[in-house]
Design a protein around this ligand. Structure first.
Ligand SMILES: Cc1cc2nc3c(=O)[nH]c(=O)nc-3n(C[C@H](O)[C@H](O)[C@H](O)COP(=O)(O)OP(=O)(O)OC[C@H]3O[C@@H](n4cnc5c(N)ncnc54)[C@H](O)[C@@H]3O)c2cc1C
Ligand SMILES: NC(=O)c1ccc[n+]([C@@H]2O[C@H](COP(=O)([O-])OP(=O)(O)OC[C@H]3O[C@@H](n4cnc5c(N)ncnc54)[C@H](O)[C@@H]3O)[C@@H](O)[C@H]2O)c1
Ligand code: SF4
Ligand code: FES
Length: 801
């Protein structure tokens, strides 16, 4: 039988997913042609927010690459607009004059951003945020200009605003309502969100109606109906979307807000279907992928002649993709005469939870500050569960790990793609999957917004147990096939106590190399801090000599200055030492201390003795500096004693060794003068509390820290920093910065582990043990004549280690 001709208009997320569903059911019945007016293969529109925020690149958001179309015998016409549908002759006409006959036609033309018809809306610098071109334009603007305004405080506007901040712009968000995301949140959550985002640096203008976009040819600002004005070089319009129904309308296909369809996504015209944001089903037009994918599934069955109940409508759930902000909403969000409400508001910790109940059944929920219950609530609300059923489990101290383990098989793990726990576990077991990417490829879980990635990872861990850890295996170097975890396990199990022993017992294939020797030295010390004797010769040269070697063979000397605070006495000692040893340069470092550059190796012990100050560990794989701002003692904006806290932290953790260098900072307000956002641990004072950010990095791999927890109490903050550092010490690969480690094991996972009080206490007990043996290395060296002779007088230090 000849194949039927299936034509898809719109190469976007809903249309192409529907084709995937068709191909899953029957690869033989259709000869498929796709027209898409964007010049790209199908890509993940959702991830444009992450592209703008710098978390991923345009190259990495392709969903189906060019090859996928070839492999599935699909003819794709990228960058080609369909101009007209001739429903009588069953032909589509394109802008290039092509005419394509169809037996079945799918319209999946998505939406257009709604552009407010304001005077000046056509000026240069007014941009929507919908596709790759918009994203590129915005990024280009950010390189040239400083001030941006986003009109619309909904999901898109806020994600765009976060992106603009990350791109270094100042951002005003103009919103028409008195609280943010009013379509997804109630006023309490909307206001909490505003506070949180203000602290991230966004500026909000609420209840503001724009009257005019100012400027001559190019945008210069906005004027509002109350006649107030703001300046702006770039305006992002994010005030909602309009289904793209022009083609259907002109072809005489019945349209209301969207193209009218039945439960099988058939329009009222034979052989024409509509799916995605352009379709209207039972009065609803959807703007999130989960319902669009469900529509595609129902439509594919119908196209392939398979019976099914059709699409029944969806309960919507949303999450904002802004790092450090946890907001979740599902179903009904506002009370009316028929609803009762279960509410919890912990104002201090900024946690808010509201569940809507009708006749004892759950119909909606809003979460702010702690969203780990989101997927469970979505499942309860989907099945209209009794509130009692939820409350029975709600009191228990759940972490994400236990949450996934306890979930019944029919519960959803991935809301976007409708993938249940049972389906993932089945795929893991039957197909031998071991990584999140494999689960994504096989089940589609985590393929869209990516919000469920950590749940998938936990599920892999629960399902595979030890095998999951083994599957993450990467040998620590070419001398062995053993991974870091295996080596540490063997060190513990077999009670191994020194590097040579590890190599002998674990069958090293050589005498060790510059990669494994320092790593083993660290792992042995981490496992047994009290019993292990540091093997100096396994350390890199800088750590061995306690000074950084420079390009001309001299060294730099950086004495410790707790919290960046010094005094005239120390400054005098530094000046005298600089003169006496004729240092080439005295330089203030980024870590707020003083670097004496150009010291000869043989002078190192002498200058340390003269300085009589502790080592600043500027060379160490371990705690380096704790940078502070002046804080409440002097600054008008300071809400906390940042210097006091910084000094306390530095005194507590100085000398701690770690998989890589660790930098801390304490700022007394969100202006962040100490750059807490790009430190391994960054502390930021807010009114009456401290926020703790982790995984920040200001180096080659720039990464903004993630908010981990908030504390009103100094002791609790210090305890959590101890627990975080120890968890990093125990689980990171040697030479893995916290930024890479947080990305690898997941913020949610870390938060889950550190939410357990006992774990925090145990980690602190172990870090205390490691700290108890810390000695100042300069002092130790000066007091050890043999070491002085060996290291600073006789021996030539090989440079590679
Ligand atoms: C920045 C951003 C972030 C988002 N984040 C999320 C999120 O976190 N979660 C979520 O669920 N949803 C999110 N969304 C929404 C989600 O991306 C959309 O719901 C989804 O992409 C809609 O799919 P669609 O196929 O209906 O439309 P689209 O993906 O827009 O695809 C329609 C395609 O048809 C093409 N087209 C239109 N007319 C023609 C024509 N005449 N000829 C040829 N081609 C044509 C369009 O150019 C487009 O490529 C986000 C959207 C944006 C913009
Ligand atoms: N995380 C996510 O799920 C996510 C992220 C981005 C986009 N999206 C989707 O993309 C689509 C577009 O998002 P959106 O945020 O533009 O749509 P939206 O309709 O959700 O929000 C638009 C917001 O703009 C405000 N607004 C309207 N007119 C205004 C005016 N004149 N001045 C100021 N504010 C005004 C509205 O009050 C509303 O809050 C939606 O379907 C959304 O669901 C989803
Ligand atoms: S971070 Fe805040 S408190 Fe600290 S110096 Fe800067 S403005 Fe002042
Ligand atoms: S929840 Fe969005 S990809 Fe899984």
């Amino acid at each position: 039988m000849p194949k039927q001709k299936l034509v898809l208009i719109g190469n976007g997320m809903a249309g192409v997913r529907a084709l995937e569903e068709v191909l899953k059911l029957d690869r033989e019945i259709f000869q498929i042609t796709v027209y898409g007016n964007e010049p790209y293969p199908n890509y993940n529109r959702i991830q444009l927010s992450k592209v703008l925020q710098g978390d991923t690149s345009i190259d990495d958001i392709t969903l189906n690459n060019w090859n996928w179309y070839k492999e599935n015998n699909i003819t794709l016409h990228p960058g080609e607009n369909v101009m007209r549908i001739d429903r009588k002759k069953q032909i589509v006409h394109t802008e290039k004059g092509r005419m394509e006959r169809y037996d079945k036609l799918i319209i999946a033309t998505g939406s257009n951003p709604f552009m407010l018809p304001l005077p000046g809306a056509d000026k240069e610098g007014v941009i929507a945020f919908r596709n790759i071109e918009d994203c590129k334009k915005i990024m280009d603007y950010s390189k040239k200009y400083r001030k941006a305004a986003v009109i619309g405080g909904g999901l898109l506007g806020l994600e765009a605003a976060r992106g603009l901040l990350n791109l270094g712009m100042e951002v005003d968000v103009v919103h028409i309502h008195d609280y943010l995301m009013e379509r997804q949140l109630d006023s309490t959550a909307g206001k909490l969100l505003l506070k949180e985002l203000e602290q991230q640096g966004m500026n909000f203008l609420l209840k503001k109606n724009t009257a005019e976009i100012l400027g001559r040819k190019k945008v210069t600002g906005l004027r509002f109906t109350d006649d107030s004005r703001i300046k702006a070089d770039l305006i992002i319009m994010a005030v909602g979307i309009k289904p793209n129904v022009t083609l259907a309308n002109e072809a005489g296909i019945p349209v209301n807000r969207g193209i009218l369809v039945n439960d099988y996504m058939e329009t009222e015209v034979p052989n024409i279907y509509a799916v995605g944001e352009c379709a209207e089903h039972r009065g609803m037009v959807y703007g999130l992928v989960a319902p669009l994918y469900q529509q595609g599934k129902a439509m594919a069955k119908h196209l392939c002649g398979i019976e099914g109940e059709g699409y029944q409508g969806s309960i919507l759930s949303t999450q904002l993709k802004v790092s450090g902000v946890d907001v979740f909403s599902v179903g009904k969000i506002n009370e009316d005469a028929n609803t009762k409400v279960y509410k919890m508001h912990d104002d201090w910790n900024g946690v808010y939870k509201k569940i809507m109940i009708e006749n004892g059944k759950m119909t909606g929920a809003v979460l702010f500050g702690d969203t780990k219950d989101g997927s469970r609530l979505l499942n309860f609300i989907k099945k209209e569960a009794d509130i009692e059923e939820y409350l029975d489990t709600a009191g228990s101290e759940t972490t994400q790990v236990s949450l996934v383990a306890d979930m019944p098989n029919e519960e959803l793990i991935c809301g976007c793609n409708g993938v249940t726990k049972g389906a993932i576990v089945e795929a893991i077991q039957s197909q031998g999957l071991t990584t999140v990417d494999q689960v994504k490829g096989c089940t589609s879980a985590s393929r869209s917004c990516g919000g469920c990635k950590s749940l998938v990872s936990e599920l892999l861990a629960c399902t595979l147990g030890d095998k999951y850890n083994a599957s993450q295996k990467e040998a620590i170097c070419g001398c062995t096939t053993l991974s870091r975890d295996e080596v540490i396990h063997e060190i513990r199990e077999k009670g191994l106590t020194h590097i040579r022993e590890v190599m002998n017992v674990l069958g090293w294939e050589s005498d060790g190399c510059s990669k494994c020797k320092p790593a083993l030295n660290y792992y042995l010390g981490m496992v047994n801090p009290l019993g292990y004797e540091d093997e100096k010769e396994a350390r890199y040269v800088n750590e061995r000599l306690h000074a950084n070697i420079q390009n001309n063979g001299t060294y730099s000397v950086v004495p410790r200055m707790y919290g960046g605070v010094t005094n005239s006495n120390d400054l005098r000692k530094i000046a005298d030492a600089a003169d006496k040893y004729q240092v080439a340069m005295i330089k203030v470092t980024g870590g707020q201390r003083i670097d004496l550059l150009g010291v000869k190796k043989e002078d190192l012990p002498k200058i340390w003795a003269d300085l009589d100050m502790p080592s600043g560990s500027a060379y160490a794989k371990g705690l380096r500096t704790v940078k502070t701002c002046v804080g409440e003692s002097f600054c008008r904006f300071g809400t906390q004693d940042s210097i006091g806290m910084g000094i306390r932290l530095e005194k507590k953790f100085e000398g701690l060794n770690a998989p890589h260098k660790v930098k801390l900072a304490v700022s007394a307000c969100p202006r962040n003068c100490a750059e807490s956002g790009i430190k391994d641990v960054g502390v930021v004072g807010v009114e009456g509390a401290w926020e703790m950010y982790v995984g920040g990095n200001g180096g080659t791999h720039l990464r903004q820290g993630d908010l981990l927890f908030k504390f009103k109490d100094d002791v609790a903050l210090i305890e959590m920093i101890g627990a975080f550092l120890q968890y990093y010490r125990e689980t990171a690969n040697y030479l893995e910065r916290t930024s890479a480690w947080v990305d690898r094991i997941g913020l949610e996972h870390i938060r889950g582990v550190l939410s357990d009080r006992n774990t925090v206490k145990e980690l602190n007990a172990r870090i205390e043990e490691a700290l108890s043996i810390v000695q100042d290395p300069w002092k130790t060296a000066i007091e050890n004549p043999a070491l002085l002779r060996d290291l600073y007088e006789n021996v030539k230090v090989p440079a590679e280690i």
